[in-house]
Design a binder for this molecule. Structure first.
Ligand code: FE2
Length: 279
């Protein structure tokens, strides 16, 4: 489905925007289902937050078990000094992760199909394997920053094959924390590796190449329905959302089954929930 020009741009820049990939109805269905999952979430069950600023602090049993479940994580700024939510629960969740695509029929339907399968193949994923789904709320006012990183840090394989599918469910703008990327930055090295040994997770420093700055980074504003695909080595970032508008997005992380998926990746699948492709 991609043109030769689109494939060439992807290979040059490390990312590609595909406007109107999802219909308004499809996005609305996923948003509604995410709302139901949050409604059913008991905040007393966990106050685990998701923050990339102190990534390892947020790693606990609740987080590790979410590799094969659907779990809600709070925004870092959701609580006051007394530990109470500052706003309604539905406006306090940072994300839901990380296996909804295999556990929930609505997420499954959004995450799979012939169009995505064809796209994956055009991007070089001969045997797509969907390891992770995340529903990201980027809440109005308190949506947290996601610091510069490369997704291959979390999905190591030999050779590196992880590719990110990032669906805008609402308009992503400069004001509500759209993605920033470094065009061509996927041609650089992997800087860090998130390594799991049992229940212990560490971040290994691999390369001292600095992260992009305002001279090399560009914002990727995206209308609702747009699919951004990007290479696992592409450095990307998103600012805090201080605006009055949320910035919901949904992501899938996909490797090529021909590459060797590292046994030290934090998400592993067993025979009870085998990793699957787009169809
Ligand atoms: Fe990322």
């Amino acid at each position: 489905m991609l043109t030769p020009d689109q494939i060439a741009r992807y290979q040059r820049d490390g990312f590609l925007a595909l406007p109107d990939f999802k219909s308004a109805d499809e996005s609305a269905a996923l948003r509604a289902r995410a709302g139901q999952l949050v409604d059913g979430f008991d905040p007393a069950s966990s106050k685990t937050i998701f923050t990339t600023n102190e990534q390892l602090r947020a790693v606990d049993r609740y987080f590790l078990d979410s590799a094969t479940r659907s779990r809600c994580f709070f925004e870092e700024e959701a609580f006051d000094a007394q530990g109470q939510l500052k706003q309604a629960k539905a406006l306090s969740i940072n994300k839901i992760g990380h296996a909804m695509h295999d556990l929930d029929p609505v997420f499954d339907a959004f995450s799979r199909g012939p169009a995505l399968d064809a796209l994956a193949r055009d991007l070089g994923l001969a045997e797509p394997q969907l390891w992770q789904s995340m529903y990201i709320f980027k809440q109005a006012g308190i949506g947290g920053e996601v610091g510069w990183h490369q997704d291959a840090t979390f999905f190591d394989s030999s050779p590196i094959s992880v590719t990110t599918f990032w669906f805008a469910l609402e308009d992503a703008t400069l004001y509500n924390g759209c993605l920033w990327v470094e065009p061509g930055g996927h041609l650089g090295p992997l800087r860090e590796r998130f390594v799991r040994n049992g229940d212990v997770v560490t971040m290994e420093k691999l390369d001292a190449t600095p992260w992009p700055d305002s001279k090399t980074a560009v914002p990727l504003e995206a209308k609702a329905g747009t699919l951004l695909v990007f290479h696992g080595l592409l450095p990307h970032y998103s600012a805090p959302n201080r605006s009055a508008h949320s910035r919901h997005a949904y992501t899938l992380h996909v490797t090529d089954g021909r590459s060797v998926y590292a046994p030290t990746n934090w998400i592993q699948r067993g025979a009870d929930l085998p990793v699957r492709g787009f169809v």
